[in-house]
Design a protein around this ligand. Structure first.
Ligand code: AMP
Length: 472
């Protein structure tokens, strides 16, 4: 079972939220949630919706559509006014609850925005009491929302934004009349946003009746966004570290970021992995700046298979080709989980996000599921078999040249020495990083000792240089 918790991962080149007229607090909150760039539906619809237009958007679950309408609706809310200012109609209770959760996360930026879910299947009385206390945003199913309108417990006189989410499913479920009845109770001077995966004729009818000069945002078919495939594995405490090597041997990702909750765990895991022959390096607060820089260079140039890190140490790390993230320890904070898994699949391909959880972690997993709106899919550890008898090794090796910017060495000098003077092909050479006192050059693992030998005997910029092969 593969669970796609977030197909909403934006392309790494997607436009950034800061290009939108959002409040600084809201932008900060998006950053905290790990939303770096906009997904295609967000990039296409948010500028229009924030400018006040009615919008018809084509979007599916997982596309990031909730934030696409919620950010626009939230931007217009006055927290001091306790009338219902935004109403989101959803086809099912599950979706309504999920949408309400996402809106609460997005609304954290503002003080005291109350978001209330009104769904069928739940008791009416507590809902009436909550409405009496005031709610800025109501998310509900059409049946229950009409019920409250008829009782007089819900009033929509102060509504600014009406959202019809998954409109095609609402029509399929026979909610057409209920939607029209709800819209009749809303002020004419409102914004209406309609999102739907498909566009049967009923949608055109509804939009003609309820919307004003809507702008249409249609996206090309197919999954435009990258997919992060999340898998959860239940482990006993004493098999947690071993499970990491099982994952690596089974999936054989070239670059993996493994998150631990403590420095101690980082150290232990790195030792275990190295003892098993993996090229693993650790990144945590005990490293000085020079060590940290070297670790980052080696991970980014693909000469280290696994970087074992704490959350704080991994902050600001920007690696574009990351095949897998492993949550060796479950984080108690759902936003941190989003941050962690958002680092994989950031190139054009897919990414894996594995989470190892013991019985004691189930509370944290539950909070993550709730906050991110998905049900985790569990896999048995025994399913992990080594898919290749050869040990997983990185494609590149790093050579360290003693001498850097201080010695006026430039990347071009090193590449020139390797290709023109020593006869290696440019494609055998990877990233070259020139730091203050050292230069790191990645070369294909198979030629590393040859390069070491010839470079030590050769010259860069007319001078002999000291070179080391960094072992992992
Ligand atoms: P939705 O299609 O609204 O159900 O969103 C699917 C998932 O993508 C949710 O877990 C969101 O929290 C997440 N998400 C939405 N927008 C972004 C974004 N710009 N960057 C990263 N994740 C996002």
């Amino acid at each position: 079972m593969t669970m796609t918790a977030s197909t909403a991962t934006p392309s790494p080149k997607g436009p950034v939220f800061s290009s939108l007229p959002l409040s600084p607090a809201s932008l900060h909150n998006l950053e905290q949630l790990g939303y770096r760039a906009m997904t295609p539906i967000q990039a296409a619809s948010l500028p229009l919706a924030l400018a006040g237009h009615d919008v018809i958007g084509q979007a599916q679950t997982g596309s990031g559509k909730t934030a696409a309408f919620a950010l626009a609706a939230l931007a217009r809310i006055d927290p001091a006014d306790f009338s219902v200012q935004a109403l989101v109609l959803c086809p099912t209770r599950e979706l309504a609850e999920q949408v309400a959760l996402e809106i609460r996360r997005l609304a954290r930026a503002e003080d005291n925005i109350k978001v209330l879910a009104l769904c069928g299947g739940a008791q009416v009385r507590p809902q009436i009491a909550s409405l009496a206390h005031g709610a800025h945003v109501v998310v509900g199913t059409p049946g229950r929302v009409t019920d409250h309108l008829e009782r007089g417990s819900l009033r929509l006189g102060g509504l600014k934004t009406l959202v019809l989410d998954e409109a095609d499913r609402m029509l399929e479920m026979g909610f057409s009349d209920a939607i029209t009845a709800v819209a009749k109770q809303c002020p004419k001077e409102r914004q209406t946003l309609l999102f739907s995966a498909t566009f049967p004729p009923g949608i055109a009818k509804i939009s003609q009746a309820l919307m004003r000069e809507p702008r249409e945002v249609m996206l090309p078919a197919g999954p435009a966004a990258t997919a992060i495939k999340q898998r959860f594995y239940e482990v006993y405490e004493d098999e947690r570290l071993h499970a990491v090597s099982l994952l690596l041997n089974h999936f054989r990702p070239v670059s993996t970021l493994a998150f631990c909750n403590t420095k101690q765990q980082c150290r232990e895991l790195t030792q275990v992995l190295r003892a098993q022959g993996f090229a693993a390096l650790e990144l945590h607060g005990d490293l000085d700046q020079r060590e940290r820089d070297q670790v980052l260079v080696r991970f980014a140039n693909r000469s280290c298979s696994v970087l074992v890190a704490t959350d704080i140490a991994a902050r600001g790390l920007d690696i574009t080709q990351l095949e897998a993230v492993i949550n060796v320890d479950v984080t108690p904070d759902p936003a941190t989980h989003t941050h962690r898994i958002g680092r994989t699949g950031r190139a054009d391909g897919e990414g894996w996000a594995f989470t190892l959880a013991s019985v004691n972690d189930m509370g944290s997993v539950g909070r993550i599921e709730q906050a991110l709106g998905f049900n985790s899919a569990w896999q048995p550890l025994v399913e992990l078999t080594a898919s290749n008898p050869a040990p997983l090794r990185p494609p590149m090796c790093t050579l360290q040249i003693l001498g850097g910017r201080k010695e006026k060495i430039r990347a071009g000098d090193v590449l020139g020495a390797l290709t023109k003077d020593l006869g290696f092909a440019a494609m055998q050479v990877g990233k070259i990083n020139v730091n203050e006192f050292s230069t790191y050059v990645a070369v294909q693992a198979g030629i590393a000792s040859q390069v070491l030998h010839r470079l030590s005997a050769g010259k860069i910029k007319g001078k002999t240089v000291k070179v080391h092969l960094l072992p992992v």
